[in-house]
Design a protein around this ligand. Structure first.
Ligand code: GLU
Length: 509
């Protein structure tokens, strides 16, 4: 029997989740669900110096908004907990000890001042200092000190870190599910710290111990972790454990030119890079979010899924269920994908159009209530039906429809100049009479009445319609005018025509 499929998303609460991070979570989720496996949320909070208050809550809220649900993780679900690394400290100590006992790790007593000075010396000679197979032979560690000296230092409580003892002259080979075979010589790698002087493990150690204990089968993560993967493969070997399969995702590139999409790009270029708004507790800066900017979570997820993965067909619109069904790692590209903010809008527009009028009406109701406009949903659905094609966001609805609810109090002067001619008052007057006597109040019959009047008086259809629109709407905008007139009703129509006659007339005089 093959081992169960278990994937994890393992963010560090050092800040908000960038959309690249959400994509990593999404691909893990899709892969797990496609194979009937489990998706786990683990919080990697071993770096206390980078802890940011509110980040963990932010991560949870973002995933919930996106509809990425975890089966196990913080919050008490699952048998493999605790799922927050700060609550697993004792475990890491124990496992580091076994590495020392088996000669895969060593104590290093070099002070940070000593290391800084070595770094500076190397730098002034145009080199880079690394703690590695070569340099460790000359440094202050349990490989160069005698057992007695080491015991003495430990007994005296001298500060130390525990480093990985990189094997000499070996080649690390592993398969990345996206990139194929990866080969690295150990001579190129350094002796990373596994355990810090503050009693906490580093990311590398904790990550491997937890992936093993939580029986993670596949590690899907950002390409920035690829350089760490050989060390991770060696750590599995050191512990005598089987390594999970690895897949390193390409980065998301800026919309223009090269380079990674960074957290400051968005607000600079006018689009969000975070799923939900982030109020930075340290700098007090506010970073915009897709949720607050009016994106639907399904549109955001659809856009994100295609940023690095392609289905191999022309299909662009995918629900979460369809994504689960179609997703595979062999269709994830190796090179970075350029983020296109216009495409994000396109998806939102698509999702908006495909929602029912009733659903859109209920979303719009919230905004109308804020403006003290109360309208029954059925009536509102009529309006939605006329304007939804023109909107990308729910927040566009108001600008496309305010004239259904409010009579104009003023008239766009540019449109007045262009559309209000000498004979316009006469025409509006005539239409006022015509509408006041209309037998039925339907868009088509009102249209036919108006058309007959225009023909009889040998007027231009466009000119009359433009002037009539100005009088009803206050501007040159809006959907089918007779549908607006039908909606606002006879009484309001006649009032608006009278008001236009009075107001625009005096305005021009
Ligand atoms: N804690 C790491 C991060 O913040 C996780 C990397 C991994 O998935 O191994 O991205």
């Amino acid at each position: 029997m093959s081992s169960p499929v278990r994937l994890r998303f393992a963010p560090s609460p050092t800040g908000p989740l960038h959309m690249g991070g959400v994509r990593t979570a999404l691909y893990n989720y899709l892969f797990a669900k496609k194979l009937g496996g489990k998706f786990i949320l683990r919080i990697e909070d071993t770096d206390q110096t980078r802890f940011v208050p509110g980040a963990e809550e932010y991560i949870k809220e973002s995933l919930a908004w996106c509809g990425i649900k975890f089966d196990e993780g913080i919050d008490g679900k699952g048998e493999y907990g605790p799922y927050r690394q700060s609550e697993r400290k004792a475990l890491y100590q124990e496992y580091t000890k076994t590495l020392i006992d088996n000669d895969w790790a060593y104590y290093a007593f070099d002070s940070s001042e000593e290391l800084t000075s070595l770094r500076e010396q190397a730098e002034s000679a145009g080199n880079v200092f690394t703690y590695n197979i070569e340099s460790r032979r000359r440094l202050n560690n349990s490989l160069t000190l005698s057992d007695a000296q080491v015991e003495e230092k430990l007994a005296a409580g001298e500060a130390y870190v525990i480093r990985f003892k990189m094997p000499e002259k070996e080649e690390v080979i592993f398969t990345d599910l996206i990139r194929g075979e990866v080969q690295v010589k150990t001579a190129m790698l350094d002796d990373k710290v596994l355990f810090k002087s503050d009693g906490m493990p580093t990311y590398h150690l904790a990550n491997i111990v937890d992936d093993h204990l939580m029986e993670i089968s596949h590690v899907i993560r950002g390409e920035e972790w690829l350089p760490s993967a050989p060390l991770h493969v060696l750590l599995y070997k050191a512990f005598g454990w089987e390594a999970p399969a690895f897949a390193h995702l390409p980065i998301i590139l800026k919309p223009i030119g090269k380079g990674k999409l960074s957290k400051r790009d968005g607000d600079k270029m006018g689009f969000p890079v975070f799923p939900i708004q982030w109020n930075d507790p340290n700098s007090n800066e506010v970073f915009s979010g897709y949720r607050e900017d009016g994106y639907f979570p399904d549109a955001f997820i659809n856009m994100l899924a295609l940023l690095g993965w392609n289905p191999g067909t022309e299909q662009e619109v995918f629900s979460m269920e369809e994504l689960i069904d179609a997703f595979s790692l062999d269709r994830v590209g190796k090179s970075g994908s350029k983020f296109d903010p216009e495409k994000a809008k396109w998806f939102n527009q698509h999702y908006l159009r495909s929602k029912s009028n009733a659903e859109l009406a209920s979303l719009f109701q919230d905004e109308l209530k804020k403006k003290q406009i109360h309208l029954e949903s059925e009536k509102l659905e009529e309006v939605i039906d006329l304007i939804k094609e023109r909107a990308v966001f729910i927040s566009d609805f108001w600008a496309q429809s305010y004239f259904f609810f409010l009579a104009p109090s003023e008239f766009n002067p540019k449109v007045v100049k262009k559309r209000w001619k000498e004979n316009t008052p006469q025409i509006i007057n005539d239409l006022h009479d015509l509408f006041s006597q209309a037998e039925t109040w339907e868009a088509t019959s009102l249209h036919d009445l108006t058309a007959a009047y225009i023909e009889k008086n040998e007027l231009g259809f466009g000119a009359v319609m433009n002037a009539l629109r100005l009088a009803i709407v206050g501007d040159g905008i809006g959907p089918d005018l007779f549908k607006i007139i039908k909606f606002i009703g006879r009484k309001d129509t006649l009032t608006r025509l009278n008001y236009a006659l009075k107001t625009i007339g005096s305005f021009l005089r």
